[in-house]
Design a protein around this ligand. Structure first.
Ligand code: HEC
Length: 271
């Protein structure tokens, strides 16, 4: 009896040890043909630096341990792809085209993995909550590089893909051939897709905008123009940022694209 209790206690002890063991940070790398994980130790082979940067989200200088991003991407990219997707724990997806990597536009970027040590202490304010950048946070030494890649935090996976394969339902041929609608699509792809999906293709932080009802089927043109420019004027501390840098004409072309997509509702097969 005593032996049995001891054995059970031993089992519990082993389980506790297992649970208490600090999790090893890993970054998943996906491409059409392969999927694998690199541990922090393996990632550090691409360089390991201490950097101080003017942080876009913390709005002050921050000090990080970080791995240069471009060498890591160059070494792990498959031969064929045209888009790099950065998947975050909250459903946010940041994008950079292959050309950004090849033209050196990602050369100032780093994969930060901790403040001082291997973890982050500070939290980023997101709407009414604050979230930790764990496990990885992509930052740049140049604040203005936010335009190139939107500093994804809580990054869990990097994916190399073909845009058209990943998002086959976003650009029907008729829209591609109409200059205004096409420019609306290009703006939507650059500014909105990281948070919003159409036909369930795209980011997950903001609402789906096409199925079952297209956003223009239940919101007016005036509402959409005002909301897209400044969501926080409607809902305090909205997670949707302001789009003051867009011209009214550009916002209108995004809305025109969204309206046109109402004719192309589809529920894609889940892979
Ligand atoms: C950083 C993430 C993010 C980005 C980028 C973003 N949105 Fe949003 N969007 C949201 C969230 C979150 C909501 C829900 C807003 C809320 O309730 O405060 C939202 C809501 C909306 C709504 C719904 C409003 C309603 O109540 O029906 C529309 C339309 C919209 N966004 C359009 C856009 C467009 C167009 C762009 C690009 C110009 C864009 N969003 C970019 C996160 C984002």
């Amino acid at each position: 009896m005593a032996k049995q209790v001891l054995r059970q206690a031993g089992g519990v002890f082993v389980c506790l040890l297992f649970y208490c063991k600090p999790a090893v940070k890993t970054l998943e790398l996906r491409s059409p043909k392969a999927q694998h994980k690199l541990t922090l130790h393996e990632l550090r082979r691409f360089g390991d630096k201490e950097i101080t940067i003017d942080d876009y989200y913390f709005k002050k200088p921050m000090h990080y341990r970080a791995i240069p991003l471009a060498p890591l991407l160059r070494a792990t990219a498959p031969p064929q792809y045209d888009e790099i997707l950065f998947h975050c724990a909250d459903g946010y997806v940041a994008y950079a085209p292959r050309s950004a990597l090849e033209d050196g536009k990602l050369d100032n970027f780093f994969l930060a993995y901790g403040e001082g040590g291997d973890s982050f202490r500070s939290e980023i304010v997101q709407g009414k909550t604050a979230i930790s950048p764990e496990p990885f946070y992509v930052v740049s030494s140049r604040l203005s590089d936010h335009d190139v890649l939107s500093w994804p935090y809580a990054l869990v996976a990097v994916e190399f893909a073909y845009f058209q394969e990943k998002f086959p339902g976003l650009l029907p041929e008729k829209i591609a051939k109409d200059p205004t609608l096409y420019s609306g699509f290009m703006l939507f792809r650059k500014e909105c897709l990281r948070c919003h999906s159409l036909n369930l293709q795209g980011g997950d932080l903001g609402p789906e905008l096409n199925i079952p009802r297209n956003i223009t089927e239940y919101r007016t043109q005036t509402f959409l123009e005002q909301f897209i420019r400044n969501a926080s004027a409607f809902r305090a501390q909205s997670k949707m940022p302001e789009f003051n840098h867009l011209k009214t004409q550009e916002i209108r072309s995004i809305i025109a694209y969204l309206r046109a997509m109402a004719k192309y509702k589809q529920r894609p097969l889940q892979h």
